[in-house]
Design a protein around this ligand. Sequence first.
Ligand code: T4K
Length: 387
Amino acid sequence: MQGFERPITVTRPNLPSLAAYAAGLEAIWDTAFLTNNGPLSRKLERSLQRLLGAPELVLFNNGALALTAMLQAMRLQGEVVTTPFTFVATANSIAQCGLTPVFADVEPQWLTLDPEAVEAAIGPRTSAILAVHVFGNVCRHAELAAIAARHGIALIYDAAHAFGVTWAGQKVATLGDASMFSLHATKMFHTVEGGALTFHDASLGPALAALRNHGLEEDGDVVLAGLNGKMSELHALMGLLMLDQVEAAIAQGAAIEAVYRARLAEVPGIRPLDPAPAEVRPNHSFIPVLLDAERFGLDADALKAALLRYNVHVRRYFTPLVSDMTAFRGAAGRDTVPCARAVGPAVLALPTYTGLALDDVHRICDLIAHVQRGVPVRARSGPVAVA
Ligand code: T4K
């Protein structure tokens, strides 16, 4: 079978028209106001607050620093229970604050934290749960909120993947004490690099504003050692021009997902994660699939390599588990995450982005089926493991 002439990457940023961005740059040139909480970043902050339905919102120059600043502003101590199945930035933010991550297992259906495992991981030193709406799958919020309330600890969401998602009629930014949204170029809404914190407790606002500006308070004092988390005007301009693309991006993501679901149902040993439950409006920004290596005939690495030969670049989000990375190997919970350990290696993220034509999605599925058919039958025998 013919491969693609140009690379089909796992994602590809949406962009505004170059003319619109150039016009915005001209306005920036006129004022020469480039950064330090300028008018465009303030405008974007207000727009995002409305769009995300956030009680409070503070913008940062990336999601990782935003999350770190939130943990700092909340003055957490001791241990934070989190998931091993995530991008490493989640655990990095905990470690950067001098806190200790404790890994709890995920549940197989959504790959989000299993509330029972969270409960078991909580000890006398636990000050927060940091849960991830991984791939935009909303965590079991009611259970996690009840656990956090019972133990008197904070519930923070890494919502890096969940821009535009709603749960039980509520926008996801309203869940828990605080949420972080990554606005990185690879996300469905982006500012090239960027991050947004949403939260309920308005008294955190001044601390967060100080933290993103080196910790400097209005009187020039520094109470919490800060960082440089300011969003530039050039980045804010990108965000302002991307706001009206969100709904179209979600709609195209849904159309792409529908093709993958229909077509992969014909291929043995590979299936997308279950569709979101009825109470969730997903953003369709990832296509995670579970691979049953025995039935498909290849494991995730081998399928990734096979597709690469056709210029299709899939990713093993998120392998290895964070708890197996050298920096986190000493953390508690590494040996009590059996579901993450069993399912994680079977997950592949397939290409999806607004500019991906449905015909190309069909062709990717054709290629997956072609690769599967090409595996010698002998290699396919054995028990069904995951899919
Ligand atoms: N928490 C979670 C759960 C996260 O997933 C992330 C970030 C964070 C926290 C931290 O948020 P940020 O601090 O990043 O705001 C990417 C992103 O860099 C990262 O933002 C994202 N998660 C993670 C899941 O994915 P890589 O190493 O996979 O990116 P990269 O460069 O390989 O890009 C993926 C594909 O996208 C490439 O094959 C090509 C395409 N691409 C990428 C870029 C950057 C483009 O076409 N154009 C581009 O400009 O980490």
